[in-house]
Design a protein around this ligand. Structure first.
Ligand SMILES: Cc1ncc(C[n+]2csc(CCOP(=O)(O)OP(=O)(O)O)c2C)c(N)n1
Ligand SMILES: [Mg+2]
Length: 375
């Protein structure tokens, strides 16, 4: 069994992390009840098993295109999203399967999207990088590095303009902070005090390039020029992450303005399905050290077991449930229809409204309505 997190001195991305000795009591751990702890463990195990299933499906050609797994970073999906309200918004990059499920997209709709099926949350048009469902406040899934950051600022603006009290959590990878749009978005957010929490999932690498090779400053320093407060957290500790986001979301909701969170984490797989896990830009030893000492699921599991809040039987039952939901999602996706070719242009352009058509696509017009061709 791995060490308890309370005894562990961890090193992630060159930053020393001391994990606090957690207080266990009869009812729970660090203020989390037994039920809440079980729910968090079940959530993270579902994310892990879902992605292992996607990995398997990709290997046998059921899923095409790009596919970036979040395995190793699940503490952030659960810890940053679960404390949010249902009407809060989340926008993110392309490593987003688990975040989509955390925000409320069903495993079936997420897996069917990976399979490119009509039952997918984006109708099979988006695939792995473009999971989307406005009804649960999940605003995508974006493949352009940093492309979601100005959109996140825009969502924050929309919340303020409409007089709402939601927050928007805008995730990005560490490589995205070198995009110009990052600076512009943070600056405008600060000027307008937008309710946006910008979160860097700092796994130390942008594809094969270590962050230390592309930045002479620490991550935390990146938001200071715009006057956006910076925070660093251990994203592998789901309890710390959850409490941190619960507190920060409440402050932002109350008008604290934009925030910048440097969440230290590590990906246990390659950049995408076509990238080796280790041996090129990071050593086997480095990866294995993180897998054995910094797995967010193992860390929570061990703490719960040591506190007498989880038995082996309960763990196995939770895991079996996670596997069964993932298997069901894959079966559902496999049995779902692929989009009909005649619908190829559906959902590509905005619908025609009373002001006329919103986009000119140059592909001809439907007789009578002056709008874009539709199939
Ligand atoms: C504007 C742009 N440039 C380059 C790419 C190619 N690309 C895809 S992912 C990636 C690295 C991003 O790394 P990071 O932001 O740290 O996220 P991670 O993959 O670690 O989650 C690059 C350069 C892209 N998608 N968009
Ligand atoms: Mg990265």
């Amino acid at each position: 069994m791995a060490q308890a997190i309370g005894e562990m001195e961890a090193k992630v991305n060159g930053t020393e992390l001391s994990t606090a000795d957690g207080e266990a009591d009869a009812a729970g751990l660090e203020g989390f009840s037994r039920e809440e702890l079980h729910a968090l463990l079940a959530d993270m195990l579902l994310y892990r098993r879902f992605e292992e299933k996607a990995e398997e499906a990709y290997a046998i050609g059921k899923i095409g295109g790009f596919c970036h797994l979040h395995i190793g970073q699940e503490g952030l999906a659960a810890g940053a999203i679960k404390p949010l309200r249902g009407d809060d918004l989340v926008i993110t990059a392309y490593r987003e399967h688990t975040q989509a499920i955390a925000k409320g997209i069903t495993p079936r709709a997420a897996m069917a999207e990976l399979y490119g099926r009509t039952t997918g949350c984006s109708g099979g048009r988006g695939g792995s990088m473009h999971l989307f469902d406005t009804s649960v406040g999940f605003m995508g899934g974006h493949g352009i590095v940093g492309g979601q950051i100005p959109l996140g600022a825009g969502l924050g603006w929309a919340i303020r303009y409409r007089g709402g009290d939601q927050v928007c959590v805008c995730f990005m990878g560490d490589a995205a902070v070198n995009q110009g749009a990052f600076l512009e978005s943070l600056n405008m957010s600060a000027i307008w005090r937008l309710p946006v929490i910008y979160v860097v999932e700092n796994n130390g690498y942008g594809m094969g390039t270590a962050f230390s090779r592309v930045s002479v400053t620490d991550m935390e320093a990146r938001s200071g020029a715009c006057g956006v407060p910076a925070h660093t957290i251990n994203g592998q500790d789901v309890l710390e992450t959850y409490r941190f986001f619960e507190d920060l979301a409440a402050k932002v909701r109350a008008g604290a303005g934009p925030q910048f969170v440097n969440a230290l984490t590590y990906r246990f797989r390659g950049h995408s399905m076509s990238d080796p896990v280790s041996g090129t830009y990071r050593s086997k030893e480095e990866v294995e050290a993180h897998i054995t000492q910094q797995d967010p699921i193992t860390i929570l599991r061990d703490r719960m077991m040591e506190a007498g809040l989880l038995t082996q039987e309960e763990l196995e039952a939770i895991d079996a449930g996670a596997r069964s939901i993932s298997d069901d999602a894959a079966d559902f996706a496999d049995a779902s229809p692929v989009p009909d070719p005649s619908t190829l242009y559906d959902h590509v352009y905005a619908e025609i409204n009373e002001h006329g058509r919103l986009f000119l696509d140059g592909r001809g017009e439907r007789p009578g309505d002056g709008g874009p061709a539709n199939g």
